[in-house]
Design a protein around this ligand. Structure first.
Ligand SMILES: Nc1ncnc2c1ncn2[C@@H]1O[C@H](COP(=O)(O)OP(=O)(O)O)[C@@H](O)[C@H]1O
Ligand SMILES: [Mg+2]
Length: 248
């Protein structure tokens, strides 16, 4: 469904992506792992057409993402941003229904609110939070709201950028499980980027390891522990010694 073919992207002398090849079949959950600053977010933004590659192609159902009509293209995606990224001046339900209140997905306000409350319930939040503001909720609850917003328009494809960053291990586990359940129940195609190995094991069908601008290894999550790839091995065990040089 999503295909990256020999994608390059530099920012000045910072050569971030140096020939990324990646395929995500429809209905599968792909998790891209890699250290901080390796280009995971740049990869995700490239698929969304928010970053334009210097060379190489990215296609969605065979269509070049840089040539797609923006509104219709973005309507197919749901996105959980790193850090939640809720609008602090909007209520919780207005955050969740954000895309249902404007643009091509626009619906009447009462209907949008009903959908928001239903999605809040799906992520384990009571209807009472609907009229509160993000600052009134805990970090874990804000992440749930972000997740409810990502699924509000029932997208075919959902992107999760570091879904557990900033959460304690128990809340991370809850969010990981919720993501997995929702992706399965919606039959959505999912791409998650993370450096959290517990997320990988909870969410992934397939894993791809990004390092030094290329995908070093990709395969089913069941093969990750025994793949023998030195980069993957070092990363999953968090070892200081290995081919990945730690910046000290
Ligand atoms: N818009 C931008 N302009 C300049 N440099 C950028 C931009 N976006 C990302 N970078 C750089 O690209 C590299 C990869 O960033 P990113 O994809 O955010 O890493 P991560 O793997 O942690 O998500 C970093 O060195 C970052 O500073
Ligand atoms: Mg990132």
């Amino acid at each position: 469904m999503i295909k990256l073919d020999n994608v390059y992207k530099s920012f000045g002398n910072n050569h971030v992506l140096r020939g990324v090849d990646l395929e995500i079949p429809r209905g599968e959950s792909m998790v891209v792992i890699g250290g901080s600053g390796t280009g995971k977010s740049v990869t995700l933004k490239s698929v969304l057409g928010l970053v334009t590659p210097d060379s190489g192609t990215i296609t969605l159902d065979g269509e070049d993402v840089t040539k797609a009509e923006r509104d219709a293209f973005l309507a197919r995606f749901g996105m959980l941003f790193q850090g939640g990224a809720l609008f602090d001046s909007l209520t919780i339900w207005e955050n969740v229904a954000f895309r249902l209140l404007r643009g091509s997905l626009k619906r009447p306000k009462t209907e949008a609110r009903e959908v928001a409350i239903e999605k809040l319930r799906r992520v384990g939040l009571k209807p009472e939070v609907a009229d509160q503001f993000p600052s009134e909720l805990s970090g874990g609850m804000q992440k749930r709201v972000g997740l409810a917003r990502a699924i509000a328009a029932e997208p075919e494809i959902i992107f999760f950028d570091e879904p557990t960053t900033g959460l304690d291990p128990i809340m991370s586990g809850v969010i990981n499980e919720l993501i997995r359940e929702i992706v399965v129940e919606m039959g959505a195609t999912a791409m998650t980027i993370t450096h959290d190995m517990t997320s990988v094991r909870a969410i992934a069908d397939k894993v791809a390891m990004l390092h030094e601008g290329v995908i070093q290894w990709t395969g089913p999550v069941s093969e990750m522990d025994t793949c023998g790839d030195p980069y993957v091995e070092q990363f999953i065990h968090g070892r200081a010694e290995g081919p990945i040089e730690a910046v000290r």
